[in-house]
Design a protein around this ligand. Sequence first.
Ligand code: CUA
Length: 314
Amino acid sequence: MDTTGTLLMPPAGSTIAGEVDAIFNLILYVSIFFFILIVGLAAFFVFKYRRRGEPGLTSGVDHNIKLELLWTIVPSIIVVMFFVVGFRLFLKMNIVPANAIEIKVTAQRWMWTFDYPDGANSVNTMVVPVNQPVKALLSSTDVIHSFFVPDFRIKMDVLPNRYTVAWFEAVRIGEYNLFCAEYCGKGHSEMLGKIKVVSEDDYKEWLEESFKVDESMPLEEYGESLYRSRACNTCHTTDGSGSVGPTFKGIYGHQVILSDLKTVTVDENYIRESILDPRAKVVAGFQPVMPTYQGRLRDREIDALIAYLKSLKE
Ligand code: CUA
């Protein structure tokens, strides 16, 4: 199995990757062969029949049935063959194996959220077991995004108001890049994720772990880790600079002006409300684009984020 990739292709990390590459290479090499043949012959004839001296009589031969049939029938057979092999793989890529694990993938500007069968969820990192088919049920909460995993050779549009499906079976443990491949606004290029392929046991352990709450870690520190793992950092800075959302630096305890020109003091309740119902009180000058974390964060996690925000003094 190809683990390093080639000049043209990244490493092949899924069961269908080899077949996708085979068809790609077949079409590429057949095209190169005919390109050289046709351009080569054209160049050769241009040279061979170039004008030399006084014009003579033109040959009376104006066509050749055998040659014309040959260059019609042979390419027809080749393109029909491309269609047949391509269509077979297309079906394979679109028919999800019955034993696939279904993971709900939600795209929103500009992050990925993953919901697993028994209630676990993760942000920007999709954890999947190796050697098991995984069905990604895709939808978007806002605009069109695209779920693109080059190493798995899959790419599928992620639409609002409609579900699409992509499936894959990873063949090797490791981390693979997930890109958004549809221009979706300012943060498009930062809408990056990872597919973390782990062993069957590690996958089960990870699912169990995700229900445990780490009581040992101080709230503030826990909040800082959530700030990254829950992708708050995509839109909120901690150094005072502006981004998609207001910076977290030094806002706790301060008054902010809202888009309806009312003011509100940033306290525990305002932070909690803004996490669970982000569009309720939007700070003036910002778009109401934050997705809700309702059902995605436990109380202790919200407490931790509040503690982390408090620690970011001016
Ligand atoms: Cu989402 Cu580009």
